[in-house]
Design a binder for this molecule. Structure first.
Ligand code: SAH
Length: 219
C-alpha cells in the first residue's frame, strides 16, 4: 500500500509520523519521545480523524485548527522546556500541544477563549491521566496574572506584536515562543528570551496560525 493507506499498521503509521518530524527538523530526543507518547488521533475528531498522523493542520471545533505536528515539534524544541518548569500556553485548541508539554515540564497552564474547546480538551487530559495540566477559559492576551510568572510561555495564535502582559509574566531567564504578524498573511515564529536587562528577539521561521482574538468566544 502507499503512504498512509488503509492497510498501514499502527506501528508503520507511528514510524512514518516520527520520520516526518525528524525530516522537518524536530531532532531533539526528549521532544520526539514526548510526541511519540501522545496520540494525535485522540485530539482530532470526526471527519478528519484518519488524517491525524499526516503532517498538516486540521480543523477542530469552533472554527479553529490543531497545528501541524512538525510546527508543534519545532515550537516545543525552541521553548527548551526543563523538567521543573511551569509553562503557560495561550490557545488550548484541541489540547494536543499541552499534552506534549505535560510530559516535559512540571506544570502546564493552558487557556482558550472558547469554553467548548477547554471542556473537550479537559476530557482528553483526564482520560490520559495528564494531571499536571490546568485548563481555563480566559482571554489569554492578558496572560494568567494569578499564576505568573512563568518559566516558559507558548502562544499558538498569532498576535501583531508580543502582548505586553505576556512579556511581563515571563521570568528573567524565561523563553516565550509565539507567531507574530497579520492573521491572513504569513507570520513569523519568534523566540523571545528575557534577560536581566531586557528582551532578546529571534526570528525562527515563517508560519501560519489562526489569529489571537480578544474577549471570550461565543461557545
Ligand atoms: N495549541 C492548539 C492549537 C490552537 S489553535 C492545539 O494544540 O490544538 C489557536 C487557539 O487559540 C484557538 O483554539 C483559539 O480559540 C485560541 N485563541 C485565540 N485567541 C485567544 C485568546 N485571546 N485567548 C485564548 N485563546 C485564544
Amino acid at each position: 500500500m502507499g503512504q498512509g493507506g488503509p492497510d498501514e499498521s499502527d506501528a508503520e503509521r507511528k514510524m512514518r509520523f516520527l520520520f516526518g518530524l525528524r525530516s522537518r527538523g524536530v531532532t531533539e530526543a526528549r521532544v520526539l519521545t514526548a510526541m511519540e507518547r501522545v496520540d494525535r488521533g485522540l485530539f482530532v475528531r470526526g471527519h478528519f480523524a484518519d488524517r491525524a498522523y499526516d503532517d498538516m493542520p486540521l480543523p477542530i471545533a469552533c472554527g479553529q485548527t490543531i497545528s501541524q505536528p512538525s510546527v508543534v515539534g519545532l515550537m516545543t524544541q525552541a521553548l527548551n522546556v526543563q523538567p521543573r518548569d511551569t509553562v503557560l500556553e495561550i490557545g488550548t485548541g484541541s489540547g494536543y500541544q499541552a499534552a506534549i508539554l505535560s510530559h516535559l515540564a512540571r506544570r502546564i497552564y493552558t487557556v482558550d477563549r472558547h469554553r467548548r474547546l477547554v471542556r473537550e480538551a479537559q476530557g482528553v487530559f483526564q482520560a490520559l491521566g495528564l494531571v499536571n495540566i490546568t485548563a481555563f477559559t480566559a482571554d489569554g492576551s492578558h496572560g494568567l496574572p494569578d499564576q505568573a510568572p512563568f518559566d516558559r510561555i507558548i502562544v499558538t495564535a498569532a498576535a501583531e506584536d508580543p502582548p505586553g502582559p505576556l512579556l511581563a509574566q515571563l521570568k528573567v531567564g524565561g523563553i516565550m515562543v509565539l507567531p507574530v504578524g497579520q492573521s491572513d498573511t504569513v507570520q513569523s515564529l519568534i523566540k523571545v528570551t528575557r534577560g536581566q536587562s531586557g528582551y532578546d528577539y529571534e526570528e525562527l521561521r515563517p508560519v501560519r496560525f489562526v489569529p489571537l482574538i480578544e474577549g471570550l468566544g461565543a461557545e
